[in-house]
Structures are given as structure tokens and as C-alpha cells.
Design a protein around this ligand. Structure first.
Ligand code: SF4
Length: 371
């Protein structure tokens, strides 16, 4: 295979790795570049958007993750791109102004550190040989040593390692070869420790859950998510609905559905809503309600669920309430709160129709506010 054919294969393969909020649905804005590689519009962990070349360095893998089409026992065409070739391909895209960032991941070829060396060497070639100053996200391979992680954090703007499942028991349903504490949690903790050092203060750190692959409940995911933010100080946690039809018989329901289900998609969406409540709305883990099965409601979003369960909290007086109280009003988000605070400095807000928000949300908020 020539390098471009390899890139097409490997960037196709990376669609299953969504730890940078890349979309894969038909309606998203990803498109193929001239090499056939997928270019992804992405949300960056520090805010803002970019277009990235996202690819694996290799789809050869010694591991056995039940949800992954590239686990070692599947019959797939396999290939690897060298660091020199990957750096060259990427720079071609940059020079054509088609991408503004690189997201590199890989199957595990040999050992985790041998694989990390390929990723790190690509970044090193770009940084030192070509003086590239732009965005690089490097995936930390499960089981990577502290030295390999440190090297990645010296070279990258962002690093990530996928947590995949909330806890050892759930994780053991996904892989018999990877050890949750040794290969996932220890590197996550090490990334967190390194980021306390001033030299790494600007390196973003993220992780991702695969939702629906290990029979896990939403309450378990939310508990772990809160811990990842509060204890390990991660910048972002991502959630990717498991795409049925790709995994092996260990995955619950694998044989029942052949593609990403609507329900899985709504579940992923609800988890993102909780994530926003935890990060931007002042909600605590204990504010999130679950049904009898310990899952989030698929019918009602988590903020409205909280509002329904706490009628005593309302109405919130828009002229006097503090920021966190305003954020508890359904329909009101952080941007609207800023506008309300600005507006009430100028004059008293007297009517719902003068609230600085679009009509749909204003109508929703009306039942929860006073003046
Ligand atoms: S480590 Fe697991 S998820 Fe990653 S390529 Fe290998 S089998 Fe797939």
C-alpha cells in the first residue's frame, strides 16, 4: 500500500475513536481531503473549534477490546504509517490550509511505549524539524509509562486516554488484556500529576466513555465524570455512544441492533447535558436525578428534572438572584445570565418579554421567574 492508501484506511479507522467531540453522523460537517482522509470539525477542550486531521498511526493492535473493530482477532487489512511519512502528509494539509490541528492515535503495535514512541516522534519531527507551532492532540496509549506520557505532554497541546467504562468491574467486560487500574487509571493519574507542574499547565487533558458497551448505568458514568473533574482536574470528558455492529459477542445487545441506536444517541446527549451542568452551571453530582434503573430520563433533560423536583426553589427573582440561582432556571444558560446581569445594572427588568433571550427559551423560563 502506498502512503495515501494507508492514510485513507487509518483515518477511516479513527472514526471509532471520538475523544475529541468529532461527529460521525451523516449530518456532521466532516469531509474527505484530497487523500481520502477524513477531516473533522472539532470542539477543542479549551473552547473554540478547529478542523483536524484525525488518524491512527497504525491499526495493528495486540489488544482485544470487545467494542473495537480493530481488536487483534478481527480480519482487517492492517497497516502502519511511519512518523516521517505522517509528519509529511500532515504538513501538506497545513500548507494547503485545509486543517489547523492534528489528532493522533493508534492501535497498540507491540508495547504501549513502542506505540507512544511513534506518536511522540511524529510530533517531535513536526515541532523540531519543521518548527510547527500549531495544535497537536496525542492519545496516550493504555499502559504507557510515565516517561512516555511526559514526552507526549512536552510535545502536545492536549493529551487524552480513554477511560471507556466507569470502574474495574464494567471495564472487565470490554477487555481481558487491559487492566483498568494499571493501564487506564494509573496513566490518567500521572497525566493529572504532571499537569500540576507549571511547564504543563497549558496542556489540556481529556478522556472519553464508551456509552452502552459495558452494561453500565448513567449514574455510574456521572459519578466517575464528577471524580474526573474534581479529583483529576480533567478539562473535558467526552461520551461516545457505542456503535453497535462493530463489537464481539461480549457486548450487551450486540446481536440485537446493527447500528448506533436512537436511544443510545439520546443517552449520549443527556450525559453531555449533565457534563455542562457540572462544568458550567454550578451543579453537583448530588443534584442529578436518576430513574429506578439508575439512568437519566430519556424524556426530560437533567436541568428540567431538577426544576420539577424542587418547586420550592422557584420563582427566581431576575432582578436580585445571584448567578448560580439564575442558572437553575430552565431556559437560562451562562450567556443569558451575563446579559441579565448587564441589563439589570442599567434598569430594573419588569417583564418576561424583556428578558434577553430567544422566544422559545423565554417562554420556558417564564414559569420559573419573578420580577
Ligand atoms: S487498544 Fe482496543 S480500542 Fe484501541 S485499537 Fe486496540 S483493540 Fe481497538
Amino acid at each position: 500500500m502506498d502512503t495515501h492508501a494507508k492514510l485513507q484506511l487509518l483515518s477511516d479507522a479513527s472514526q471509532y475513536d471520538l475523544a475529541c467531540a468529532c461527529g460521525t453522523g451523516n449530518s456532521d460537517r466532516r469531509h474527505r481531503g484530497s487523500d481520502g482522509a477524513w477531516l473533522y470539525p472539532v470542539s477543542l477542550p479549551g473552547g473554540g473549534h478547529s478542523v483536524m486531521l484525525k488518524t491512527l498511526m497504525s491499526n495493528v493492535c495486540v489488544n482485544d477490546c470487545g467494542y473495537c473493530p480493530y481488536r487483534s482477532d478481527t480480519d482487517n487489512l492492517r497497516c502502519t504509517i511511519s512518523p516521517d511519512d505522517m509528519a509529511k502528509i500532515y504538513l501538506d494539509y497545513v500548507q494547503q490550509k485545509k486543517v489547523f490541528g492534528l489528532f493522533l492515535s493508534s492501535g497498540v503495535t507491540g508495547t504501549p511505549d513502542r506505540t507512544m514512541e511513534m506518536l511522540n516522534d511524529t510530533a517531535r519531527i513536526l515541532r523540531t524539524k519543521h518548527n510547527y507551532k500549531g495544535y497537536i492532540h496525542l492519545k496516550v496509549i493504555p499502559g504507557a509509562s510515565d516517561g512516555a506520557i511526559e514526552d507526549a505532554m512536552c510535545l502536545a497541546n492536549a493529551v487524552s486516554i480513554n477511560i471507556e467504562a466507569p470502574g474495574e468491574r464494567r471495564f472487565s467486560k470490554l477487555s481481558l488484556k487491559k487492566d483498568y487500574l494499571r493501564d487506564i487509571i494509573r496513566p490518567l493519574q500521572q497525566i493529572s500529576r504532571f499537569s500540576d507542574e507549571s511547564r504543563f499547565s497549558k496542556v489540556k487533558k481529556t478522556t472519553q466513555f464508551i456509552v452502552g458497551a459495558s452494561d453500565e448505568t448513567d449514574s455510574e458514568i456521572v459519578r466517575y465524570t464528577a471524580g474526573l473533574y474534581n479529583r483529576l482536574k480533567l478539562n473535558r470528558v467526552y461520551f461516545s455512544s457505542y456503535q453497535r455492529g462493530l463489537g464481539d459477542s461480549r457486548i450487551p445487545g450486540e446481536k440485537q441492533e446493527l447500528k448506533r441506536s436512537d436511544q443510545g444517541f439520546v443517552r449520549e446527549h443527556r450525559l453531555y447535558q449533565v457534563d455542562f451542568l457540572l462544568r458550567q452551571y454550578g451543579f453537583e453530582e448530588s443534584d442529578i436525578s436518576f430513574d429506578r434503573d439508575n439512568n437519566l430520563s430519556l424524556d426530560l433533560d437533567p436541568k428540567r428534572t431538577w426544576a420539577q423536583r424542587h418547586p420550592e426553589f422557584y420563582p427566581v427573582n431576575v432582578n436580585r438572584a445571584d448567578k448560580l440561582s439564575l442558572l437553575r432556571v430552565p431556559g437560562i444558560g451562562p450567556e443569558t445570565v451575563k446579559k441579565i446581569i448587564q441589563l439589570r445594572k442599567q434598569s430594573r427588568i419588569c417583564r418576561v418579554d424583556t428578558l434577553p433571550m430567544v422566544r422559545k427559551y423565554r417562554e420556558e423560563a417564564a414559569a420559573y421567574v419573578s420580577f
